[in-house]
Design a protein around this ligand. Structure first.
Ligand code: PGA
Length: 262
């Protein structure tokens, strides 16, 4: 079995001014002491990217954006291209977050175009999938997730291995209602099976699948202990240094078997 390095990404959504972003990243740096056992990614809003990139330049932390446009340049008022993100030393980009899908009408087809543009620009995409509460109650979780993955990732071929996935059940986002580790593991295991149908087994085994939806210091350890949960995409708890640091430490402790830097 492949060892997949855990990855914890903070999705700050539409929060933090530039000075607040700088302050938060300063606290995170002090809290983490440049923890290298886990990949740590900070995703501020576009306006915070430059400051956060500069602040993490002397650490192993990386910066990600929350969205991008698929075109390289042109008359797309209000949009940001992959090259512009690279220019600000962005390494990752979140694509197809449920808030983008719900409030801004992003479809799997749009996500697919963005995904291809991101890979071409050498950004690592974090593609989000997940079902609504209604779909879960109707027992459609696997169908929904499978079709989101197959349609969002269509045509990637040999680039499939460069993608990260985030399973984020919509009913768990910002609600305080986390999927239980078993519920999340069941879907993560299913996602890996879907990936196995799209790529060779080695590639499917190497793709990291993050869980997202009310991840907190109190539930992170148990989630990270599941065989197919390779990290977290953290919203609310990433806005505060202490909770974010504790989530990263929970992942690091699984690697080292030791309590870290407290
Ligand atoms: P949450 O958000 O941790 O606040 O639930 C997760 C996300 O939307 O990525």
């Amino acid at each position: 079995m492949k060892i997949r390095k855990k990855i914890v990404a903070g999705n700050w959504k539409m929060n933090k001014s530039v000075s607040e972003a700088s302050e938060l990243v300063g606290h995170i740096k002090r809290g983490l002491h440049d923890c290298r056992e886990v990949d740590v990614v900070l995703c501020p809003p576009f306006t915070g990217l430059a400051a956060v990139s500069e602040a993490v330049a002397d650490t192993s932390m990386k910066v990600g954006a929350q969205n991008m446009h698929w075109e390289k340049d042109g008359a797309y008022t209000g949009e940001i291209s992959a090259a512009m993100l690279r220019d600000l030393y962005c390494r990752y980009v979140i694509l197809g977050h449920s808030e983008r899908r719900t409030y801004f009408g992003e479809t799997d087809q749009v996500v697919n175009r963005k995904l291809k543009a991101a890979i071409e620009a050498n950004l690592i995409p974090i593609v989000c999938v997940g079902e609504t509460l209604e779909q879960r109650d109707e027992d459609k979780t696997k169908d929904v997730v499978q079709s989101q993955i197959e349609n969002s990732l269509v045509g990637l071929d040999k680039n499939l291995g460069g993608v990260l996935l985030a399973y984020e059940p919509i009913w768990a986002i910002g609600t305080g209602r986390t999927a239980t580790p078993d519920q999340a593991q069941e879907v993560h295991d299913f996602i890996r099976k879907v990936l196995t149908g799209m790529a060779d087994k080695d590639t499917a085994d190497s793709i990291r699948i993050q869980y997202g939806g009310s991840v907190k210091p109190g539930n992170a350890r148990e989630l990270f202990g599941q065989p197919d949960i390779d990290g977290a995409l953290v919203g609310g708890a990433a806005l505060e240094a202490r909770s974010f640091v504790e989530i990263v430490q929970a992942a690091a402790e699984l690697v080292t078997g030791q309590p870290t830097g407290r």
